[in-house]
Design a protein around this ligand. Structure first.
Ligand code: AMP
Length: 131
């Protein structure tokens, strides 16, 4: 059965897409810990990120680097932090989170309530900077 993230890539489930190419896809986390919290995934359905082919893993991080620069251009922050958990969704993904303090990378922290219109605005702004 397809993962929820594969269903997002196929357009079966909506997402706030910020970037895509033939192998990778980036979209806002639906439960953002900070505004601009973004997930970057390979379209290839692999559960554990370190099971990816080394070249694919490197390319995933190269793609994530471009997304992180786009996030930094839109969301005021000290830097964009990187987190990898995968405890909830069995489809490899990288969390990119705008950081001001160390605590901002704690994924157990409360979810930010961001209205849909604001999520859409953030999404479009990051997507524009990624181009
Ligand atoms: P984890 O697997 O522990 O890295 O967490 C999975 C992340 O995916 C969580 O931060 C969720 O909020 C996020 N997530 C789950 N479903 C969706 C979805 N449909 N759209 C965007 N983000 C999602």
């Amino acid at each position: 059965m397809a993962t929820i993230f594969s269903r997002i890539v196929r357009g079966e489930i909506p997402s706030y897409k910020v970037a895509e190419d033939d192998r990778f896809y980036a979209f806002l986390d639906i439960n953002p810990r900070k505004p601009g919290h973004t997930l970057v995934i390979p379209k290839q359905e692999v559960d554990y990120i370190f099971d990816l082919d080394p070249e694919q893993l490197g390319d995933l991080f190269r793609f994530a680097q471009r997304v992180a620069h786009a996030i930094s251009a839109v969301i005021p922050c000290n830097r964009v932090g990187v987190g990898v958990l995968g405890l909830e969704v069995p489809h490899a993904h990288i969390h990119l989170i705008p950081l001001d303090t160390e605590a901002d990378l704690n994924l157990s922290r409360p979810i930010c309530k961001i209205p849909a219109e604001e999520m859409q605005r953030i999404c479009q702004a990051i997507a524009k900077k990624f181009e």
